[in-house]
Design a protein around this ligand. Structure first.
Ligand code: HEC
Length: 137
């Protein structure tokens, strides 16, 4: 009789020892976080990941801006646009001075749209594009 009570005690101690061991094993921070996390996940509008479009860094050259935006009108002279690097077309405009050309290119002038439609161009990029339009003149 006494022997069987001792056996029960030993078995109980063994069981407790093993159960604590396995409890400890699954008690890492991750396991705890997983166990106590809310049942439902709530996304706030501000939690929605924002996709950032990575554009090439650094300014685009005047030629790059010209070829992307300005060429549409200035290569053909559409809507009366002075043609690219055409001395006769540009002479009277160059005579107005670079400040005026810059102001008109940035803010628009008659059928010339503001920034030549390059809305994310910096002022310097637009100026470089003007310099490309009048290059060699
Ligand atoms: C949608 C057509 C169009 C696009 C695109 C365009 N232009 Fe023009 N641009 C014109 C027209 C038309 C004129 C002539 C306006 C006038 O004299 O009435 C003009 C005139 C100009 C002038 C002369 C302004 C003046 O005071 O005489 C400059 C400088 C100029 N454009 C720069 C640019 C640059 C730089 C780009 C590209 C970033 C560009 N343009 C894109 C149509 C365009």
């Amino acid at each position: 009789m006494e022997k069987s009570i001792r056996n029960i005690i030993i078995a109980t101690i063994a069981a407790l020892t093993f159960s604590t061991t396995s409890f400890a094993a699954s008690n890492s921070d991750d396991a705890i976080t997983e166990r106590i996390k809310p049942v439902g996940q709530v996304y706030l509008a501000s939690d929605v990941p924002v996709v950032v479009v990575v554009e090439p860094t650094g300014p685009r050259t005047g030629e790059q801006v010209y070829k992307t935006f300005c060429t549409a009108c200035h290569s053909t002279g559409a809507a009366g646009a002075p043609k690219t690097q055409n001395a006769a077309d540009w002479a009277p405009r160059i005579a107005k001075g670079m400040d005026v050309l810059k102001e008109h290119a940035l803010n628009g002038f008659n059928a010339m749209p503001a920034r030549g439609t390059c809305m994310n161009c910096t002022d310097d990029e637009v100026v470089d594009a003007i310099n490309y339009l009048v290059k060699g003149l």
